[in-house]
Design a protein around this ligand. Structure first.
Ligand code: ADQ
Length: 483
């Protein structure tokens, strides 16, 4: 990779590794999966705002990790409160789940300030700082105020909220102003860039629409907002798919499951992932079809997540209760229609399930992108298997050959699961999968990260002549409307 890695500082909420009773393991989640290959090759610094300081700094990691010293109440109010109790549901369209509390907003501001201070302290002169995700949206502007010499990028990994929803966030202006401190703000797909444009209109922030995205003049500089679809470590997953021990494990899984058709879902346990709705759709299929009852097994791998947030604890109970009910209704001594694994699997185990699955069922209600869809495609050595994918996931915009489904349409979801479970694979399925494999190969995480970082350096070096800029502004600035 041609990034100047020693000058790279990454700022995120979570550390890339966590300490467990079994030692230090890779943290779950898409952001970590995406950035780890980059940082492994880098000698930069990773600032993990919400990480356990002792675990981070005492660990032998392939790069430096720095944590913040945060009082536990501040950490909880920022992470479980403002981030996962407000911004996450808001961005995924679950407005009724949002709780906006002033003390949580204060904690959010405080943590962003502290993260900006640590980044300002550790970044070498002229360094590139790449900040990640909705937990740290104010850091770009706060860091720029301290260190105007830095090049600042930001990536927002979840959907950008539609303007109607963002309107109810009491600190929406501060959120957007914080982000506009970056030189380049990345969102996954053009649909989210359009939603960001609506937000700028709503807040009355002047901007220029260009082919590549949005340009927002900020005094002597510009902030740009562009779509940069993330990818995965394609070769890493493909080589696991070719590994003989992984293939043997996959064959073992298929035979342990009774040799029928295997459906696979892999998610953090999050209400946005639509896990309960998927289980219920599968339950209805079991009611309706003796073939499904006899031949189809759903494996749900669901790593527990954010258990300090009440909505997540409730969700885990609902998932376990639903699986228990299905088991009670349709299971027997030799037949278990649903298997639930509520733990983190290592990449080898996960790859074996990707190989064993006749179809991946990726049906989140909303998802910024969804890396599991990519991993399933990349791991399979041949163009076989099927991907059932929500049209509401960002991944649907970049994987149009998947079997797309509306996760809110109960009957449609059930019949789509029934189709990928039972219909014999045809030449058209194989053509679709070949096209998907080609798309995923182009969306490697290396290409994403190096492309984003190269673009970041490019946009900071571009100095559009002020006059031309003013002319374009006059021509295309949308009408500003006070909130
Ligand atoms: P996540 O919401 O965490 O990411 P996703 O993109 O699906 O969602 O990534 C999940 C990752 O965790 C995958 O790499 C998967 O392999 C791994 N994983 C999940 N369950 C696991 C388990 N039980 N054991 C081991 N690994 C497991 C956020 C956004 C997404 C966006 C990513 C990247 O919510 O929409 O795609 O960031 O930007």
């Amino acid at each position: 990779m041609k990034t100047r890695s020693p000058r790279l500082v990454i700022v995120s909420a979570r550390a890339p590794f966590v300490r467990t009773p079994n030692g230090i393991v890779r943290a779950p989640g898409g952001l970590i999966s995406a950035l780890l290959p980059l940082m492994r090759r880098s000698r930069g610094t990773w600032i993990a705002a919400g990480a356990d300081r002792d675990a981070c700094e005492a660990s032998e990691l392939p790069f430096r990790v720095r944590a913040l010293s945060l009082p536990s109440e501040t950490r909880a109010a920022w992470y479980a409160g403002a981030s996962n109790g407000a911004l996450w549901p808001l961005s995924h369209g679950f407005v009724e789940v949002c709780r906006f509390r002033a003390e949580q907003a204060r904690a959010y501001f405080e943590v962003c300030r502290a993260a900006a201070e640590v980044a300002a302290e550790h970044a070498p002169p002229g360094a590139v700082v790449w900040i990640h995700d909705y937990q740290l949206a104010l850091v770009p502007a706060l860091l720029r105020a301290r260190r105007p010499d830095l090049t600042i990028g930001f990536f927002w990994h979840i959907p950008w909220p539609v303007a109607e929803n963002l309107r109810v966030l009491p600190w929406a202006s501060e959120l957007v102003e914080g982000l506009l401190g970056a030189d380049l703000v990345g969102l996954h797909v053009p649909r989210y860039v359009r939603a960001f444009r609506d937000t700028l209109d709503e807040l009355g922030v002047a901007h220029v629409n260009e082919e590549e995205g949005i340009v927002v003049p900020r005094g002597a500089r510009h902030a740009r907002i562009e779509a940069w679809p993330i990818g995965i470590d394609v070769e890493g997953w493909a080589s696991l798919g070719r590994d003989e021990t992984v293939a043997a494990e996959a064959a073992h899984i298929t035979s342990e499951l009774g040799g029928g058709r295997v459906l696979l879902s892999v998610d953090r346990m999050d209400y946005a992932k639509g896990i309960v709705e998927r289980l219920e759709a599968f339950e209805r299929l079991l009611e309706q079809s003796s073939e499904v009852r006899e031949r189809v097994t759903l494996v749900q791998i669901g790593v527990p997540s954010r258990e300090t947030v009440a909505a997540y604890r409730d969700l885990r109970q609902r998932i376990e209760a639903t699986v228990g009910r299905i088991q009670g209704r349709f299971g027997g001594p030799r037949r278990k229609p649903v298997h639930l694994f509520a733990r983190t699997l290592d990449a080898h185990e996960l790859a074996a399930y990707y190989l064993a699955a006749d179809a991946a069922i990726v049906t989140p209600k909303r998802d910024g992108m969804n890396l599991v869809a990519f991993e399933y495609i990349a791991t399979r050595p041949r163009p076989n298997g099927r991907l059932l994918l929500s049209m509401t996931a960002g991944a649907a915009d970049v994987l149009p050959e998947a079997h797309l489904v509306n996760p809110y349409d109960e009957e449609g979801l059930g019949s789509a699961i029934g189709h990928v479970a039972l219909a014999p694979e045809t030449a058209s399925d194989s053509t679709r999968m070949a096209a998907l494999k080609a798309r995923v190969s182009r969306l490697s995480v290396e290409t994403w990260a190096s492309g984003f970082l190269a673009r970041l350096e490019q946009v900071t070096q571009e100095h559009a002549p002020a006059q031309a800029q003013e002319t374009r502004l006059a021509a295309s600035v949308r009408v500003t409307r006070a909130r």
